[in-house]
Design a binder for this molecule. Structure first.
Ligand code: MG
Ligand code: ZN
Length: 185
């Protein structure tokens, strides 16, 4: 199965401040192992991440590449693999079509894997915009309670995503436990 992950607040610690360097990029405990477990079980892992810090001038593409190199090395050290990383470098004011909740990043992922659609894939995020981008493109939306997740969950009750059943887990590790033990996912 194709599993698309948001980055900040799902894979790495995120408190609302921009992550501006590889040194500041700190994995959430268990998240690297979770990605490797999913990968080693035969799932395909991609990432879709908004990185407006580039447009804001907080860091550049080289630094973003360094963060992603760190992430990929950590996963590979556990025998896993991240197949593709799609990022949006734009400022919200640019109204690009890739910044989530718009679907451009997920469309890039669909095209990268030569898929007709993302039906049957999963989108795991900590923010409403992840769930919306996933739902709009036919992914099953999954919320984790790390990063913005608790806040997102609270507001989800008041403003549910229409027709979408959002699965909710404490963190990426718990999601992975459930996915790998469940049948029929
Ligand atoms: Mg996030
Ligand atoms: Zn964009």
């Amino acid at each position: 199965m194709l599993i698309i992950l948001d980055r900040d607040g799902v894979i790495n610690e995120y408190d609302g401040n921009y992550i501006c360097s590889a040194d500041e990029w700190i994995p959430i405990p268990g998240s690297i192992e979770a990605i490797a477990r999913l990968s080693n079980a035969g799932h395909c892992i991609a990432i879709a991440t908004n990185q407006s810090g580039i447009a804001r001038g907080y860091y550049d593409i080289d630094e973003l590449d360094a963060m992603h190199h760190k992430l990929e090395q950590l996963v590979e050290a556990q025998g896993g693999c991240i197949e593709f990383i799609a990022y949006c470098p734009h400022h919200p004011d640019e109204h690009c079509n890739c910044r989530k909740p718009r679907t451009g990043l997920l469309d890039q992922i669909r095209d990268h894997f030569h898929l007709d659609s993302l039906q049957g894939a999963m989108m795991v995020g900590d923010s409403r915009k992840d769930l919306e981008a996933g739902y709009t493109t036919g992914c099953r939306p999954v919320l984790v309670r790390t990063g913005n997740g608790l806040d997102t969950e609270r507001h989800l009750d008041a403003r549910p995503i229409p027709d979408a059943e959002v699965a909710i887990y404490d963190n990426l590790s718990k999601f992975t436990d459930a996915l790998l033990s469940a049948e029929g996912w």
